[in-house]
Write a protein that binds this ligand. Structure first.
Ligand SMILES: NC(=O)c1ccc[n+]([C@@H]2O[C@H](COP(=O)([O-])OP(=O)(O)OC[C@H]3O[C@@H](n4cnc5c(N)ncnc54)[C@H](OP(=O)(O)O)[C@@H]3O)[C@@H](O)[C@H]2O)c1
Length: 267
């Protein structure tokens, strides 16, 4: 992928956290940014901030990525306004903390619709145009939990393991097409994510968290350099390497770690 200057870059989940910084970082590099999420006022605030910082005015599109009709309309709008996208960053996502059987059915469906189907629908909306033009780049924001297990995050893990399969398979399929793929596996990031997921305050507080701005920079650099896999933090990288090379030991390690983490305080 050539530098992002002048490229049309679609960022889903741009109204907060990582997506906010991905959109800002792409605009600073001279990209024409399309910002997508459900909260219009936050997207308008981001667009105003980008313009005030000297960036090109972003296209604001309010859409639920889990709704195929809204995503198809997003694709038509970007094609109609700016002639299609060169980069799609599938970033929109949410968590759902808790035991699988305790999650409400609506929450289960919303998580899978956002994290997995959202990436599928958005990719299906923009990939045909990229194939026609013989160039483009797809980014999938997964998680370290796309390769590692986590108690009380089974549904989230399932969705991110699936996103990894999607990204790795498309990477095989798109060889030689001029379309690149980047798979991102962040550890903890300081965003609204924990609050939206219903994670109890303090859970995982002993683990280091990265800033959204620094993770966004790593992702944008990886896109410009055409790197496939980005694991932004060292601990995440270690955990993934451990599980890949020593799967049996890793299973015992993660079971013991979560037993300790989930033990009620003071016991
Ligand atoms: N924070 C972490 O510790 C962490 C770690 C690893 C991976 N990740 C991944 O990083 C990505 C970004 O998360 P974040 O940490 O930046 O969380 P965040 O601050 O909660 O941002 C999530 C974004 O996704 C959007 N979104 C949620 N559901 C959507 C839907 N159905 N349609 C369209 N947009 C939707 C939200 O906007 P609206 O509510 O306005 O729609 C928001 O802009 C996610 O894929 C997450 O799984 C996060």
């Amino acid at each position: 992928m050539p530098p992002l200057k002048g490229a049309v870059v679609v960022v889903t989940g741009a109204s907060s956290g990582l997506g906010w910084h991905l959109a800002g970082g792409a605009a600073r590099r001279g990209a024409q940014v399309v910002v997508v999420a459900r909260r219009r006022e936050r997207l308008e605030e981001l667009a105003a901030q980008i313009v005030a910082a000297g960036g090109l005015r972003p296209l604001v599109v309010v859409a639920d990525v889990g709704d195929p009709a809204q995503v198809a309309e997003l694709g038509r709008q970007v094609e109609g306004s700016w002639g299609g996208a060169q980069v799609l960053i599938n970033n929109a996502g949410r968590g759902a903390h808790g035991r699988l059987e305790d999650l409400a059915a609506a929450r289960v469906e919303e998580l899978i619709a956002t994290n997995l189907l959202g990436a599928v629908y958005c990719t299906r909306a923009f990939l045909p145009g990229m194939r026609r033009r013989g160039r483009g780049h797809l980014v999938f924001v997964s998680s370290v939990l796309g390769e590692l297990p986590a108690a009380e995050h089974a549904l989230y893990c399932a969705s991110k393991f699936a996103v990894n399969g999607l990204a790795e398979s498309l990477d095989c399929e798109l060889q030689g097409s001029g379309i690149g793929v980047t798979l991102v596996e962040p550890g903890l990031i300081e965003t609204e994510f924990a609050q939206v997921s219903g994670r109890p305050p303090g859970r995982f507080s002993r683990l280091p968290a990265s800033s959204a701005a620094s993770v966004a920079e790593r992702i944008l650099e990886a896109v410009e350099r055409g790197h496939f896999r980005v694991i932004p933090d060292g601990l995440g990288w270690l955990g993934i390497a451990f599980r890949r090379h020593f799967p049996r030991s890793a299973r015992f390690f993660f079971r013991a770690t979560f037993r300790r983490l989930l033990k009620p305080q003071g016991t």
